[in-house]
Write a protein that binds this ligand. Structure first.
Ligand SMILES: NC(=O)C1=CN([C@@H]2O[C@H](COP(=O)(O)OP(=O)(O)OC[C@H]3O[C@@H](n4cnc5c(N)ncnc54)[C@H](OP(=O)(O)O)[C@@H]3O)[C@@H](O)[C@H]2O)C=CC1
Ligand SMILES: N[C@@H](CC=O)C(=O)O
Length: 399
């Protein structure tokens, strides 16, 4: 089967490399014959990290769409504008699409899956969540017997890399982010990584796969790691805990779920506290399986390429399920406001805060800050109590 790859950046170059180097072994294992007819990028005169027949290089994606021999388009340019046009044009030209573009699926999944369906083609996206970790296929296929009630995990490699380097190597936030970008982990706009947006795209996708229907991305509560200071990392350590950016989704009813992304103080007794660097880990709770844990590299050229290639092979071997259950507009989930739900919290407030007049007790005092641990209280209630403090940070605790 002939395919065209559009976008030869970190992931696209990796996919081309795997398809060139592993052509025979992929055929031996799957009987899939995958021929890359076009590899498209804006800059095709640059150096590549491996040898291949350069005659496949083109710089106009329209050639891929216009060629009737091409059966699969692999969209790896990222972004939400041109990528959406390319994917839509590919569907209308009766071509299946494989992508790693989580932003596009989280925001436009309902529309795109509808167009794919109308044109009788496939739309696969294993690489969109968890890099090299198989998690999309398990949720759609391997765990089909279960009602998935909870999904929780570390889903952004860049912010996990930054938090790990700040804790273990005393690197500054900016130094660690720079290295993550150089390694190809970060998004073209790294605010997506550090502000919880990328993890938000991923939990949106997983929740839709788990519960069916769709979740409106704009209604989700997202918070990133920008406000985490070395003081918080030190204080968490004193509490035998580690700060992680946790994306989570909990089913509340048939039509509502609590879905959020927030930095969380995770007890060192939990496996998630040990997931470091670019690694991701995603826990699911299923009605029959109970807890299942998926762990692996969440970003970077090779792991992500592995997931994209798996989708290509799936389409070539016609070994996948088409279903109306996921990403449809007939069941749109209501998102429960996390700030109203009682939980345990870590609070850091500047010492201008009148602790005596508050219901809180000081757990620790570090520099000019009180560290407080609060139980059985909502974030909204805490915000009201500490509203006059000059500086404050409130993080959920995962015991
Ligand atoms: N990096 C990672 O670890 C992961 C990334 N993803 C997702 O994969 C996708 C790709 O990410 P990544 O590889 O990191 O991004 P990159 O920015 O490294 O690569 C994108 C490539 O597409 C090229 N491009 C842009 N516009 C066009 C066009 N019109 N025609 C042809 N090529 C074009 C870019 O060229 P130029 O640079 O000249 O603009 C660049 O080479 C994104 O959706 C991302 O979210 C998913 C999982 C992991
Ligand atoms: N920028 C993302 C890339 C993979 O999805 C991340 O850091 O996790």
């Amino acid at each position: 089967m002939k395919i065209g790859i559009i976008g030869l950046g970190t992931v696209g170059e990796g996919v081309l490399k795997v398809l060139v180097k592993e052509k025979e072994s992929i055929f031996e294992k799957s009987r899939a014959k995958v021929e890359v007819k076009y590899a498209c990028d804006l800059n095709i005169n640059r150096d590549f990290s491996f040898d291949f027949d350069k005659s496949i290089l083109i710089d106009d994606y329209k050639k891929v769409i216009a060629d009737p021999e091409i059966k699969i388009v692999v969209e790896l340019i990222g972004g939400e504008t041109l990528a959406k046009t390319i994917i839509t044009e590919a569907f209308r030209a009766k071509k299946s699409v494989v992508t790693a573009n989580k932003a596009l699926i989280a925001k436009h999944g309902v529309e795109l899956f509808q167009i794919a369906k109308e044109n009788g083609v496939s739309f696969l996206f294993e690489a969109a969540v968890g890099g090299g970790i198989p998690i999309v296929t398990p949720l759609m296929e391997s765990l089909v017997a279960n009602t998935i009630t909870e999904i929780r995990g570390i889903m952004n490699g860049t912010s996990n890399y930054i938090l790990t380097k700040m804790k273990n190597e005393n690197l500054s936030f900016d130094e660690a982010l720079k290295i993550a970008s150089e390694k190809g982990y970060a998004e073209a706009d790294p605010t997506y990584d550090v502000d919880g947006i990328d993890a938000g795209h991923k939990i949106n996708i997983l929740a839709s796969l788990a519960y069916g229907g769709s979740i409106k991305f704009k209604d989700m509560q997202l918070k990133g790691i920008r406000d985490i200071s070395t003081i918080d990392i030190f204080a968490a350590n004193q509490l035998d805990s580690t700060i992680k950016l946790i994306a989570s989704s909990k089913l509340f009813s048939e039509t509502s779920a609590q879905i959020s992304v927030e930095p969380t103080v995770v007890s060192n007794n939990r496996i998630l506290s040990k997931v470091d660097d670019v690694y991701n880990a995603i826990e699911t709770i299923g009605s029959y399986t109970d807890k299942t844990l998926f762990y692996g590299k969440g970003a970077g050229m090779n792991p992500t390429a592995s997931a994209v290639v798996a989708d290509i092979v799936k389409i070539v071997t016609r070994n996948h399920i088409e279903s109306d259950y996921f990403f449809n507009s007939t069941k749109v989930f209501e998102i429960v406001d996390s700030n109203t739900i009682k939980s345990s919290y870590y609070i850091r407030v500047s010492d201008d805060f009148d602790i005596e007049k508050s219901p809180f007790e000081v757990e620790d005092k570090i520099e000019n800050y009180y560290i407080i641990l609060a139980e059985n209280i909502s974030k909204n209630e805490i915000d009201e109590i500490i509203k006059d403090a000059k500086e404050k940070l409130v993080l959920k605790i995962l015991k």
